[in-house]
Write a protein that binds this ligand. Structure first.
Ligand code: WTA
Length: 654
């Protein structure tokens, strides 16, 4: 774990108790939180069972809460039957039919809204179209859409008929679409002509065409939503317009009642190998996690307008755009485009124009907007905001204080929520009406979640003011169920490190003297670049696919705004160029990675070298590369290196 992080953390001592005004109206105050905690401590399984009964609508109630007979493949609420789309939409129709479910603003500024009743109609129509295309329960559908209501409608329509969706982030490349289609054996792709992003049109359909031109043999049809109006190629017999088909479809579609454990979706995420893994989530357990945390952490009330800025391509967009808020009958805001379009006031203008009351975003966005100065937020009326949130990476105290002061006017609570694609919903976070806040700490595990820290050998580290590997010691309803098609990898990646005793998060954490957790970063080869998770191996594989690259090693370097930046050390086949020729090649390699993985994976820095620092057993010394990438003086022992002279070359001193 990084020393800088520990120093920053230990230096932070400010505490912000929840404001009395907020506490008075909040769903959970300190007393209620203590009661919830005590109930969960006493009977963790019973605790989740009673919430599942109280909060979710079941077609067939469950009698078995937790089946641990195949641990660590845990199953929850196994004999119950449920439908997630029914829970997010139908059950609100009577009381909230005319309430807005979605307020959408496109990047060019067009606002569209959908009431729960309208959303129901759209979801049913699309569900009927999917059925007419032969999509059945258990079939996989890849969704590659702009951040817009069509994405939520598509996800909900899949859930309605029991099809398993796999959303691919619109910023990912054709190659990513192809990999995900092939790994999941998807039958259908739902896409759009294009999406607006930072003043440009991202050609989604074109990327799908490219993906399908080579491989993806399981795909039968491509359903295309007309969105940006850009020109697209068309393959008769394969491509179909969403709007044409839904116009003719019935606006009622009986939900398919599925087993609680039926997979709701796959979401591919990076691990420490070259290939992203399909994290598989369940229906009931997942929904309970998303639903309950939306209620506890975001304190949602009937008149709230909830804006989570995450794209639906990420887990945050699944749990806190599509599922958690809708399951609570909450109005959500969706925004298609970039935070700087046309200027750094866009987020604040949206908060003002849509009357946003709860705002949830990533530290990268906060830092980028902070850099643009107070002028932007101060130009808009943010008085409706009552709660702020942060997710995806550690938030540094400086950004936290800015968020609190400038956006929160020194009074709004900030929920710094720690969780992962695999955990399905937030695990460690303040409850805004109950938990005193410390800038930079995600505070404590929420009721029903049992986190701890262990040492190198997997022994629990008792007591306070200690650091170690972050683990979760008891199963929880929204945990991932497996890795699609590779259960062995599931067990190895998340449980194997410490003898299958704990879920191993892959993060290191410090637990301070008050029992607050401070996340210090990943312990594996995963980077967090602008909140996006990328495996160093993935970037390395992308680089070595270039004909001139023989070998590559990728590490992260701290970055003021993005949290981490990508630095790649590249060994070429043949002669290493210098001067302008080297610069040209570096540019080409950067673009090559961006093309194969998507622009977020584009390395910030590529260094060409004759070799990599390796131990005599051939292991690349990444720790050393990280120091070199940071420009640090090398104080580490390099005597075990096979080729110590290479250090000077990599550091640019030769
Ligand atoms: C990091 C995102 C510090 C962490 C929801 C985790 C955080 C990884 C926080 C998961 C936070 C997420 N403070 N670090 N509040 N939230 N992380 O799967 O390293 O994209 O393991 O899920 O993000 O990333 P993922």
């Amino acid at each position: 774990m990084s020393n800088d992080n520990i120093q920053a953390v230990l230096g932070e001592s400010r505490i912000f108790p929840p404001a009395a005004e907020f506490v008075a109206k909040s769903r959970v105050d300190a007393k209620k939180m203590a009661e919830l905690r005590a109930a969960a401590e006493k009977d963790h399984v019973g605790f989740w069972a009673s919430l599942a009964r109280q909060e979710l609508s079941w077609n067939k109630p469950f009698t078995v809460t937790l089946d641990d007979s195949k641990a660590p493949n845990y199953a929850w609420f196994t004999d119950g039957r449920i439908n997630v789309s029914y829970n997010c939409i139908d059950r609100h129709l009577e009381k909230r039919g005319d309430k807005l479910a979605i307020r959408f603003e496109s990047e060019p500024g067009v606002v569209t809204t959908l009431t729960f009743k309208q959303l129901h109609g759209e979801v049913c129509r699309l569900a009927n179209v999917l059925k007419s295309l032969g999509i059945r329960k258990g079939d996989r559908v890849v969704i590659y859409l702009p951040m817009s209501p069509s994405a939520v409608i598509a996800m909900q329509a899949c859930a309605r008929i029991g099809a398993i969706h796999s959303v691919v982030f619109g910023g990912f490349s054709a190659q990513s679409v192809r990999d995900r289609v092939e790994d999941a054996g998807a039958r259908l792709v739902i896409t759009a002509d294009g999406a607006h992003r930072a003043g440009h049109v991202v050609e989604l359909k074109k990327a799908v065409d490219e993906a399908l031109n080579e491989g993806c043999k399981t795909i039968e049809k491509v359903l295309v939503y007309k969105h940006a109006g850009n020109q697209i190629a068309w393959k008769d017999g394969r491509d179909l317009w969403w709007q044409d088909l839904t116009a003719k479809a019935a606006a009622e579609c009986e939900p398919e009642w599925v087993e609680a454990e039926h997979p709701l979706f796959l979401l591919y995420t990076s691990g420490s190998t070259g290939k992203p893994k399909g994290v598989q989530h369940s229906s009931a357990g997942y929904l309970l996690g998303a639903h309950q945390t939306t209620q506890w952490l975001f304190d949602v009330r009937e008149d709230d307008v909830f804006w989570c800025t995450a794209d639906v391509g990420w887990i945050t967009g699944h749990s806190y755009v599509c599922y958690g808020p809708l399951s609570n009958g909450t109005t959500i805001v969706m925004y298609e485009g970039g935070p700087m379009t046309p200027d750094a006031g866009r987020f604040w203008k949206i908060c003002q124009d849509h009357g946003v009351t709860i705002f949830y975003t990533a530290p990268t966005a906060i830092r980028a907007l902070m850099k643009m100065g107070e002028k932007f937020p101060l130009s808009y009326d943010l008085s409706k905001l009552r709660l702020l949130g942060s997710v995806g990476e550690p938030i540094n105290p400086e950004a936290w204080i800015w968020y609190h002061h400038v956006i929160g006017k020194d009074k709004l609570p900030i929920v710094d929520t720690w969780w992962q694609t695999e955990t399905g919903s937030v695990m460690i976070s303040p409850l805004p009406g109950a938990t005193p806040l410390k800038p930079g700490s995600c505070t404590q595990p929420i009721p029903g979640i049992f986190a701890d820290i262990v040492d190198e050998s997997g022994e629990l580290i008792p007591g306070l003011d200690q650091g170690g590997y972050l683990v979760i010691t008891k199963p929880w309803p929204s945990m991932l169920r497996t890795i699609w098609g590779d259960n062995e990898r599931y067990i190895k990646a998340y449980w194997g490190q410490f003898g299958n005793k704990y879920y191993v998060a892959g993060d290191s954490a410090h637990r301070d003297k008050d029992g607050y957790y401070w996340i210090l970063g990943r312990t594996d080869d995963v980077l967090k670049v602008a909140g996006h998770r990328l495996g160093t191996m993935e970037v390395e594989s992308a680089l070595v696919a270039h004909p001139r690259v023989a070998e590559a090693a990728v590490v992260g370097r701290p970055h003021e705004i993005k949290g981490e930046a990508i630095v790649a050390f590249v060994i070429l086949k043949g002669q290493r160029p210098t001067g302008a020729e080297a610069e040209e090649l570096i540019k080409e390699l950067k673009n090559f990675v961006a093309k194969s993985m998507g622009p977020i994976a584009k390395p910030d820095d590529i260094r060409l070298a004759d070799n990599l620092p390796k131990t005599r057993s051939g292991k690349i010394m990444r720790r050393l590369l990280r120091s070199i990438a940071k420009g640090e003086e090398i104080t580490q022992d390099v005597s075990t290196l096979e080729n110590p002279a290479i250090v000077a070359q990599l550091a640019g001193k030769e």
